[in-house]
Design a protein around this ligand. Structure first.
Ligand SMILES: Nc1nc2c(ncn2[C@@H]2O[C@H](COP(=O)(O)OP(=O)(O)O)[C@@H](O)[C@H]2O)c(=O)[nH]1
Ligand SMILES: [Mg+2]
Length: 287
């Protein structure tokens, strides 16, 4: 069998090599996840949810993810890290596949691991949604559709094109200002640079550089655009964080804005000369 192991079958998952891409703290939980949910056996659409101390809301979000979205079968991957409550157990009971990392590393690190797990499972499209109930899982379909139609490689929801049911005026202003800044950076119109409801072709998540532990939204969107992936926005709804939600560790708006901007500028500086490599817009079939 030595000969067989030397030939790399296309699409085969080389577990040991892939695990080396992860941080040491992630390897054990990721290997356990794949022992329970084997590589290359997942649904074509993986919905990745980062969750930190979201015990009151996570099960409701997981339960509302439709079994199919835009004709693709879904599976839900919740990445918990260092939560001090029952987030992981609640998500599991609600039917999600859960990866529970013992140390807290931030939302960006959790999403990066979620993308890795989704690719390991063989997902063709990866979507994300938050665990705090701010987005409507029924709108997942909207972000997935333009990808299946080969119109875009990365689709973000937009509260400004859709409904902004939030009361935070500073955040509202921030979204407008950063939207304008992002539009300049990526060379196309961005109205909502910080939407947690998004979908992308799975290979995009491996092709862009993701280093931000916390402020990942700006890095992902800017890096995707500067690497030649096609962005699109669709109208979605953003609600206020549920009164029951416990997990937010967001600092004040000013600090958040400064850090968000810093992540955006760093990514732009890093990737602005990236090759204009364009993915062939093949259609992703739902069969
Ligand atoms: N695993 C993990 N998830 C996180 C972490 N920080 C935030 N999240 C999750 O990321 C999502 C968005 O976080 P939130 O604080 O609501 O950000 P906001 O909506 O942009 O203000 C929620 O589902 C959080 O539970 C973290 O350190 N680890
Ligand atoms: Mg939130």
């Amino acid at each position: 069998m030595a000969g067989a192991s030397m030939t790399l079958v296309p699409g085969q998952f080389e577990l040991e090599a892939e695990l080396q891409r992860l941080t040491p703290a992630e390897r054990g939980p990721a290997a356990r996840f794949l022992a329970e949910h084997p590589p290359r056996a997942g649904a074509p659409l993986a919905v990745v949810i980062p969750a930190y101390n979201e015990e009151p809301t996570v099960a409701g979000v997981v339960a509302e993810i439709p079994a199919q979205a835009a004709g693709l079968q879904t599976e839900v991957i919740v990445v918990v890290d260092g939560a001090r409550d029952e987030t992981a157990e609640r998500a599991r009971l609600a039917g999600a596949f859960v990866c529970d990392v013992p140390v807290n590393r931030g939302q960006g690190a959790a999403l990066r691991l979620g993308y890795w797990l989704a690719r390991a499972r063989g997902a063709r499209v990866i979507a994300t949604i938050d665990a705090d109930g701010q987005y409507d899982p029924r709108e997942l379909e909207r972000v997935v559709e333009p990808i299946l139609a080969a119109e875009a490689d990365f689709v973000s929801g937009s509260r400004r094109l859709g409904n902004e049911l939030t009361t935070d005026r500073m955040r509202h202003l921030g979204v407008i200002v950063f939207g304008a800044l992002f539009s300049l950076m990526v060379g196309s119109r961005v109205t909502d640079p910080a939407c947690g409801l998004r979908a992308m072709r799975a290979e995009l998540t491996a092709a862009v550089t993701l280093q931000q532990p916390q402020y990942q939204a700006s890095e992902l969107m800017i890096s995707a655009a500067l690497n030649g992936f096609r962005l699109a926005e669709v109208p979605t709804t953003m609600r206020d964080r549920s009164a029951h939600a416990t997990g937010t560790k967001k600092e004040g708006n000013l600090r958040y804005g400064v850090r968000f901007a810093r992540a955006a500028f760093r990514t732009w500086m890093r990737d602005r000369r990236a090759g204009r490599r364009r993915l062939r817009p093949e259609k992703i079939h739902s069969s």
